[in-house]
Design a protein. Structure first.
Length: 239
């Protein structure tokens, strides 16, 4: 009488005696079912993953916050004729200006908090090796000459040596050039580093005015990096 859970296969191999193989049907069936369902589950997971990837641009186009590409890239500017984005949102008037550290010509760390009690103009730009950036430094140097309790910090990714050489050659002594080439706190808190575009990695062009109490009183993110900032508006904010 054969056991219901097994089957005996009798085979004759050439002239050898009969060899019997016993296979446990329950084990065989369990393994078969396991393989079948695991293959189905794997197929379903792959389909879900492909569906989610395909859904991401649709959600972004629909304005879903979690996939909003604009919010991830920050503000939009024009850089050398093409659209570029900053690494984060622009500071808002009324909020406390985040403290940051930058490097002066002597390779010393200088912080924004050191100027508390003064009106501070942050002149932020890509590089002194571009005509518009150099012009903005000259303009602020000339225009703040008669202002009291006001300091202009010129911030860029230029190395401190290049900044110092430029100001010395130009005879500019009413502005303070500071390099943010290693200022992780400025990059993180001000959101003005270009995240893409031809000048990716450099700073966008912007002006931020901080009052005596350390709060932001004026901001301008220059939409087209090739254009100069609004000097009159910035100076009005410190008068």
């Amino acid at each position: 009488m054969h056991n219901l859970s097994s089957v005996v296969f009798c085979l004759s191999i050439h002239n050898n005696p009969y060899i019997c193989f016993s296979k446990n049907l329950l084990t065989f069936n369990a393994l078969t079912l396991y393989y079948f369902y695991m293959k189905k589950i794997s197929t379903i997971l792959w389909m879900v993953a492909i569906w989610m990837v395909g859904l991401m641009p649709v959600r972004a186009a629909a304005g879903v916050p979690s996939c909003d590409l604009q919010s991830e890239k920050g503000e939009t500017v024009i850089c050398r004729g093409v659209e570029a984005h900053t690494s984060g949102p622009m500071l808002q008037v009324g909020q406390v200006a985040p403290d940051f550290h930058a490097v002066n010509a002597k390779m010393e760390e200088v912080s924004l908090s050191e100027f508390k009690g003064k009106k501070v103009i942050l002149n932020i730009f890509p590089s002194l090796d571009t005509p518009t950036c150099a012009l903005s430094v000259r303009q602020f140097n000339a225009r703040v000459a008669g202002l009291e309790n006001t300091v202009v910090l010129c911030l860029s990714m230029d190395l401190p040596f290049a900044q110092s050489r430029f100001c010395s050659t130009e005879g500019l002594d009413n502005v303070i050039p500071l390099s943010v080439f290693r200022s992780r706190d400025f990059v993180a808190h001000y959101g003005l580093q270009l995240a893409d575009g031809p000048l990716e990695g450099l700073m966008a062009r912007a002006v931020i005015v901080v009052d005596e109490s350390g709060k932001v009183s004026y901001t301008q993110l220059v939409e087209n990096i090739s254009h100069e900032p609004d000097y009159e508006a910035a100076l009005k904010a410190v008068q």
